[in-house]
Design a protein around this ligand. Structure first.
Ligand SMILES: [Zn+2]
Length: 72
């Protein structure tokens, strides 16, 4: 995951912000975010959506942990 150069727009549906990060497509798909369709295997995200993604992935992990713990 690297910094993205200026000029690339965020790949999330309806977002006009400039992208700051790129991530593997499956990672973003897992967070159930509305991607416009990506060029290849990477999705470009603006600062706002990158934060949102991180938050969603964190919540996912919490749920996974809860599922695991509840089986014990
Ligand atoms: Zn965005």
């Amino acid at each position: 995951m690297g910094k993205v150069g200026k000029g690339k727009a965020c790949d999330i549906e309806g977002c006009q912000n400039l992208a700051e990060r790129s991530l593997p497509f499956d990672r973003v798909e897992k967070a159930l975010m509305a991607v416009k369709g990506s060029e290849g295997r990477r999705v470009y995200l603006c600062k706002v959506h990158y934060k949102e993604l991180k938050k969603k992935l964190r919540d996912d992990r919490k749920v996974e942990k809860w599922k695991r713990d509840s089986k014990l």
